[in-house]
Design a protein around this ligand. Structure first.
Ligand code: 0A1
Ligand code: ZN
Length: 881
């Protein structure tokens, strides 16, 4: 484990390497505990670099057994090797030279899952961001691009499969029991995109013919016996390849594209050139074991990693501060892909829900950072929703501001101008400026200023002048290291909706620029005046969530209901429903805190039930409308002194009121969708299941019996229905016999399927109430709990902290104390996982004082350890600051 050195990396310190790496030849002699890595690296000194400058290579926990210079053993006086670096002196002034380094590594003991490790008997690698230096000494930074040749030697029986990046060169036997394979990747790449896989796996094969007529072999490797569960991933891959050709003009560039699914993986997946490695959670699916959400995730992540081939691999990042260059853009691309594959508005609602629940709290708390940060202590901690999701929103805003055609010209120019480069955010923006002729200087503040802009809006209609004035004021909150902010360029899509429901966008006659349906807020305060408006319209603002901001617009419930009924933008309709329900939920929480009786306005319930019953609306949208803001959403809206028990009680009371008033509507909905017909994982099928299960949940509340969910559990023929029924049973009726029986049958039926068992752990870890902690502790003792498997740890311990507000935030602080112990236990094994779990405590300052004090103590107990990884040290110190 890398312990903290206190070193901070600054963007301003960037400079190119002193030596240029020309080519890389690696030979791996694989062994579970003693793998030998021979790296032959050819360098030359960069022009203009001091002739005395040494070559400094990165390492992490390395043991070197030999070092040659131009094939001859190197004089030890000329180098210094430590586990963390190799420094070589007295090197030629201008001629190329070859360094041959041999290191010995232990894949079996690599519990960090960074570098070369073994997962279920499979050798695999994870090199982003700085894992390659755990394999060999190397200039391990994204701006060092080279062509790689890879030789892999391994025991043949245990490892029939030997894979690496690029195209297969050939292979042969090697001694009595071994064999070797050679791979060559013609595309220069940085070390973080290197990959190697060896082992015994099953394969699903297909082909794809590219737009220029080349045939690409497609292979998805999974554990033997799981091949049928890779069919959906293969289908998603082929659709991604086609879509990227049609929409972005991007063609695949090798003869083979491989995906390997492994069961121990810290993140979702990794875009290594030609050899993507995936957490198997995002590959394996069939109706019996995968939920609709799993299918949607697989489609999105397969696409995301594939799209990286151009946005990330062909054009990579100059340094890790530019991470959003590949991640924000690639998320934007995968969002657009999913929108084209599914319902665009429902997808947008889900994206915004995710952004608000994950990124907004990050932007509002101690871990806030710009989309393009300027300093870091541990780069692993910057794979954040700000870099990914806000980064995507920033790209989306460029598309909104420029319009479709200029955006396309800009992105085409980016691919043309920067193919083969390690680029920067500035390079990216310049392409859009050059292609469109527009100045994006103010807009680029979105990359540099952290914090979610808060926009206060008011409107006045003047009937005699027939004008509407819309006043907007933007405020960007202070964030760590940034106390003052400049006004930003915020593009807000809008419509003026008349009394009869017709829409217009009308041009502003004064106050600022309006282009088409986009209003450009560029000043701190601006009043836009619209003329020729015959009657008072209702303003629908930030349609489609065109900007990632929070609006403070005191619209009446009548106006919001008008939007919810008439807006042609389904996102705006959903937003209006949310804007009505959020104050109801916050006031219910306050009433619960004060011990009062909670009453819910019948007009709101009527409006919601009208949406639920409206057969003209797609079922997935209706399900989204029925899924009220979460407890975390309510906590965020309350903004401080939060009591999770009161928030839960208030929300439950509102759900009960809706359930009781809507029993007939829910009964009809449930009956109408109860018989699914043949299972299809497509968006339409998923939408119907979502609506049906939402109806089941309300009916179970209204009738207050586990019988309905138990019956649904018994007859479920797919994992969505089965897990939803089990969730209703466990969360609503934890003590019922039906629940105990269902949990037992679920565990027995899926005992051999770790991904499904993860769901069993998650459902139980998120049962609300103070008893959750005892339950989680006892589940940790079960034979199925696997403390070294990141998916299992996340599904039990992670979801307890992130998704069980009442259980985790027990008033006595026991949830936090338990969590601190877990972080300290996980950190030495897997620092990246520990640091990621720790972010669950980032909003501790919003808790009421007693809980906040307990949380602070737990955080301090972590900080007091003198053996923390850089990952955990970085997070705990920022969270406590
Ligand atoms: N680049 C991958 C995800 C990834 C990020 C960081 C990692 O380690 C620090 C590993 C993988 C993606 O965006 O899919
Ligand atoms: Zn990515």
């Amino acid at each position: 484990m890398r312990t903290d050195t206190g070193r901070i990396v600054h963007l301003a310190d960037y400079r190119p390497t002193d030596f240029v790496l020309e080519r890389v030849d690696l030979t791996f002699e694989l062994d579970p505990t003693e793998t030998k890595v021979e790296a032959r690296l050819i360098f030359h000194r960069r022009e203009g670099v001091d002739a005395k400058a040494p070559l400094v290579l990165d390492g992490d926990d390395l043991t070197m057994t030999s070092l040659l210079f131009d094939q001859i053993e190197m004089d030890p006086a000329r180098y210094t090797a430590t586990p963390e670096s190799l420094v070589i002196r007295d090197l030629p002034e201008s001629t190329p030279f070859e360094i041959t380094v041999v290191t010995m590594i232990n894949p079996e003991a690599n519990t960090q899952l960074m570098g070369l490790y073994r997962s279920n008997g499979i050798y695999c690698t994870q090199c982003e961001a700085e894992g390659f230096r755990r394999i060999t000494y190397f200039p391990d930074r994204p701006d060092v691009l080279a062509v790689y040749t890879i030789n892999i030697i391994a025991d043949k029986a245990a490892n029939p499969l030997l894979l690496s990046n690029g195209n297969f060169l050939g292979g042969a036997g090697f001694g009595p029991d071994k064999h070797f394979a050679a791979w060559f990747d013609p595309h220069p790449k940085p070390s973080y995109l290197f990959a190697l896989v060896a082992g015994d796996l099953g394969v699903v094969e297909d082909t794809f013919t590219t737009m220029s007529g080349r045939e690409v072999a497609l292979k998805i490797y999974v554990e033997h016996g799981k091949e049928p569960r890779a069919a959906y991933a293969m289908d998603a891959l082929k659709r991604s390849m086609k879509w990227d050709e049609e929409v972005f003009g991007r063609e695949y560039d090798l003869d083979i594209f491989m995906i390997v699914a492994v069961s121990d993986f810290n993140m979702g997946a990794m875009e290594n050139k030609g050899l993507n490695i995936f957490n198997d959670k995002y590959v394996l699916a069939d109706p019996e074991t995968a939920t609709d959400q799993d299918y949607a995730n697989i489609e999105a992540i397969i696409a995301h990693e594939y799209f990286h081939n151009w946005t990330g691999n062909r054009i990579t990042c100059r340094d890790w501060f530019q991470l959003c260059l590949k991640e924000g853009l690639t998320v934007y691309r995968d969002h657009e892909f999913s929108a084209d594959m599914r319902s665009r508005s429902v997808k947008r609602i889900a994206e915004v829900r995710h952004l608000r629940s994950e990124q907004f709290p990050e932007d509002a708390g101690p871990l806030a950072h710009p989309v393009r940060p300027t300093t870091y202590r541990e780069i692993n901690n910057f794979y954040t929703t700000t870099v990914y999701e806000k980064g995507s929103e920033v790209t989306r805003m460029i598309a909104t501001i420029l319009g479709r055609d200029d955006f396309k010209k800009g992105i085409d120019l980016y691919f043309e101008r920067h193919d083969g480069d390690a680029s920067t955010v500035e390079d990216f923006i310049k392409c859009f400026e050059d292609a469109s002729g527009r100045d994006l200087k103010q807009f680029s503040l979105w990359y540099h200023q952290a914090g979610t802009p808060q926009i206060t809006v008011s409107s006045t209609y003047d009937a005699s002048a027939k004008t509407l004035s819309l006043s907007l004021e933007q405020m960007i909150p202070a964030t760590p290291g940034q106390s003052t902010k400049e006004p930003m360029h915020i593009p807000l899509r809008f419509a003026l909706i008349s009394e009869n429901g017709s829409e217009s966008t009308a041009s502003a006659i004064a106050g600022g620029t309006v282009s088409g349906d986009v209003l450009h807020l560029t000043e701190r305060a601006q009043t836009f005046t619209f003329a020729g408006i015959g009657s008072r319209p209702v303003v629908s603002l930030n349609r489609g969530f065109s900007a990632p901001v929070t609006l403070h617009f005191a619209q009446s419930n009548d106006d919001l209901i008008h939007i919810a009924r008439h807006d042609s933008d389904l996102f705006a309709r959903w937003q209006a429903i949310t804007d009505i329900s959020l104050p109801i939920l916050t006031s219910a929480a306050k009433t619960a805190q004060a011990g009062g009786a909670i009453e819910v306005e019948p007009a709101f319930i009527d409006a919601l039930l009208a949406v639920a019953a409206d057969e003209a609306l797609e079922p997935a949208f209706r399900a989204q409308a029925l899924s009220l803001p979460s407890e975390a959403d309510v906590a965020r809206e309350l903004g401080g002194n939060n009591d999770p028990d009161a928030i839960h009680a208030g929300r439950q009371a509102v759900l009960s009121a809706i359930a009781k008033a809507g029993t007939e509507v829910f009964r009809t909905l449930y009956a109408a969708h109860a018989a699914n017909g043949a299972f299809s994982p497509d968006a339409a099928g998923a939408g119907k299941r979502a609506l049906k299960n939402s109806a089941l949940s309300f009916l179970s509340i209204a009738e207050d019996t586990p019988a309905l969910a138990a019956a649904a559990y018994a007859k479920a023929d797919n994992m969505t229905d089965l897990s939803q029924a089990l969730t209703i049973l466990a969360h609503r009726f934890p003590e019922a016999d039906e629940t105990k029986a269902a949990l037992a049958t679920f565990e027995a039926r899926f005992a051999a399927n770790p991904l499904v068992l993860d769901k069993w752990f998650t459902i139980q870890a998120t049962i609300p109430g103070a008893d959750a902690l005892i339950r989680v502790k006892s589940l940790m003792q079960s034979a199925n709990f696997a403390p070294t498997n990141p998916n299992r740890v996340r599904s039990l311990i992670g979801t307890f902290a992130f998704s069980n507000p009442t259980g985790f935030n027990r008033a006595d602080g026991a949830g936090y104390a338990f969590y601190a112990e877990q972080i300290l236990a996980i950190d030495p094994r897997n620092p990246q996982l520990a640091a990621c779990l720790l972010t669950a405590l980032r909003s501790w300052r919003l808790l009421e004082p007693v809980r906040a004090e307990h949380a602070r103590k737990a955080l301090e107990s972590i900080a007091a350890s003198d053996a923390l990884s850089t990952d955990v040290r970085d997070i705990v110190e920022r969270v406590l600051k």
